[in-house]
Design a protein around this ligand. Structure first.
Ligand code: HEM
Length: 215
C-alpha cells in the first residue's frame, strides 16, 4: 500500500480545521444543498397552501444562510485555514482558490438575489415570523423577472461548483491520496475554507512553503 506523505508533520500535528469552522461548513453545506433541491421542487408545485408554506420556509432558511455566510466570512478572516500539501500542483491550487472564492460569492449571491426577487415582487418578508425584513428595492415587475432569472441561473452555477468541489475532493482522496481531505472538515474538502487573497500557503517537509503559484 502507498504511504501517505506526512509533509514533515507528525500525524497529530497536521493542521486541521477548528470545530467551529467544521460545524459552519457542514451546517451550510447541508442547508445549501437542501435549499437547491427544495427550490427546484417547490417551483413545480401547484398553487396551494403547501406551496406558500414551502416558499416561506425557503425564504427564512435562505436568510439564515446569508447570516451564516457573513459569520463564516468573519470567522475566516480571523482563522487561517490549514495549509495545502506541497505535492499539489500550482494549477490545482489556482483552481481551488478560484472555486472557493466563487463558492463564497455564490453563498452571498444566492440569498441576496432571492431577497431582491422577493422585494421586487412586493411580497412582505419576515425572519421566521419574528421580525420584519425590509425590502431591498421597490416593487417593479421587470426587476422581479430579472432577479428571478438571476436566482435560477446562479442556482445552476452553484450546483456545478458543488459537483466540481466533490469531484476534486474524491480525486485527492482516491487518486492522489494526499492529505487534502484529512486536513479538511470531517474528511471532506470545504466549500467555505480558502478564500484569502494571494497564493494559498502550502506545507513541505521543511515547514511552511508559500511558494508562488506562478511557479
Ligand atoms: C442559499 C440560499 C438559497 C438557495 C440555494 C436558493 C435556491 C433556489 C432554487 C434552486 C430555486 C428554484 C429556481 C427555479 O427553478 O426557478 C429557488 C427559487 C426561489 N427562491 Fe431561492 N434560494 C436561496 C435563498 C432564497 C431567499 C433568501 C429568498 C427570499 C428571501 C428566496 C426566494 C426564492 C423564490 C421566491 C423562489 C421561487 C422563484 C419562482 O417562483 O420562480 N430564495 N431558490
Amino acid at each position: 500500500m502507498r504511504q501517505r506523505p506526512s509533509y514533515g508533520f507528525a500525524p497529530e500535528q497536521i493542521p486541521r480545521y477548528t470545530g467551529i469552522a467544521i460545524a459552519l461548513h457542514w451546517a451550510m453545506a447541508i442547508a445549501i444543498i437542501g435549499m437547491l433541491g427544495v427550490g427546484l421542487w417547490m417551483t413545480e408545485l401547484q398553487t396551494s397552501p403547501t406551496k406558500i408554506e414551502v416558499y416561506t420556509w425557503h425564504k427564512w432558511t435562505g436568510l439564515t444562510i446569508l447570516a451564516l455566510a457573513a459569520l463564516r466570512l468573519v470567522w475566516r478572516a480571523y482563522n487561517a485555514p490549514p495549509l495545502y500539501a506541497e505535492s499539489i500542483p500550482a494549477w490545482q491550487l489556482r483552481v481551488a482558490t478560484l472555486t472557493h472564492r466563487a463558492a463564497y460569492l455564490l453563498m452571498f449571491a444566492m440569498p441576496l438575489t432571492g431577497w431582491l426577487q422577493n422585494s421586487a415582487a412586493g411580497f412582505p418578508l419576515t425572519w421566521f415570523g419574528l421580525f420584519k425584513v425590509p425590502a431591498l428595492v421597490a416593487r417593479d415587475k421587470a426587476m422581479f423577472a430579472f432577479w428571478q432569472q438571476a436566482h435560477e441561473l446562479l442556482a445552476w452555477a452553484l450546483m456545478a461548483l458543488i459537483a466540481l468541489h466533490v469531484l476534486a475532493a474524491l480525486k485527492h482522496h482516491f487518486v492522489d491520496r494526499d492529505d487534502t481531505l484529512e486536513a479538511h472538515p470531517a474528511g471532506e474538502a470545504s466549500l467555505t475554507c480558502i478564500c484569502g487573497s494571494g497564493s494559498p500557503p502550502r506545507v513541505s517537509a521543511s515547514g511552511i512553503n508559500s511558494r508562488s503559484l506562478a511557479g
